[in-house]
Ligand binder design. Sequence first.
Ligand code: SAH
Length: 248
Amino acid sequence: MPATPAWPPRSAPRLHVPGPLAEGVAVPVDGNAAHYLLSVMRMADGDAVLLFDGQSGEWAARAGSIRKRDLILTCEVQTKPLEHVPDFRLCVAPIKKGRIDLVVEKACELGVAEIQPVLTRRAVVDKLNADRLRAQMVEAAEQCGRTGLPTLSDMVPLPKLLSGWTPGRHLFFADEQGGTPMADAFAAHRGPAALLVGPEGGFTDEERAAIRACDGAVPISLGPRILRAETAAIAATACWMAANGDWQ
Ligand code: SAH
């Protein structure tokens, strides 16, 4: 059936599914997603769902073959191309569960391309649950309209991150002991960027010196107050997006 301007309705639920998606592709849905569509959203045959898979853009699909615990969604028309997000990498030390979940969720909403966990000396957490973090990103992407997910890279120790730093990418280093005011630093250094934020306990002096010695490092200050790591990560990412990202 051809898409009409009123279809899909704005209220159609959005769902991340495995791809690839294309016209006519049938996506079987069961488990939690089916429960959400059938029991919470009370979907009926012919209702619309917006699907995205992180590679094929967003597609309007129609519900069919509805049974108690599963249904089939058939892609009809592409509603968005695959997104292009700004070249911004968020390098964060692992912090406690709940707080890192918040960072990952907000990073996805804010349009971050990649999340790079970085192990530092004072980190109180040395492992992250990638599946749980990915689930946070999927939920955030479903809600905010992204057609892709940020890349969640494997954790690297800080010295490895610094030794492998690509020349040409600015490394905005959130240094709680002071640096260039953030807005000035972002205005002076456009182009591919990364933000580095430390753990609850901050960076050691040796780490701070090593980061500052890295080609591309720009130490920045987020003001006179010491922010929690998650506040620093979210606030600085938002400011970069507003100044140098796609919030124009
Ligand atoms: N315990 C440390 C603070 C750590 S705050 C201390 O008392 O010094 C966690 C991280 O958030 C820091 O490593 C830094 O990357 C960032 N951060 C917090 N407040 C900041 C500020 N005012 N300017 C720059 N970075 C800040």
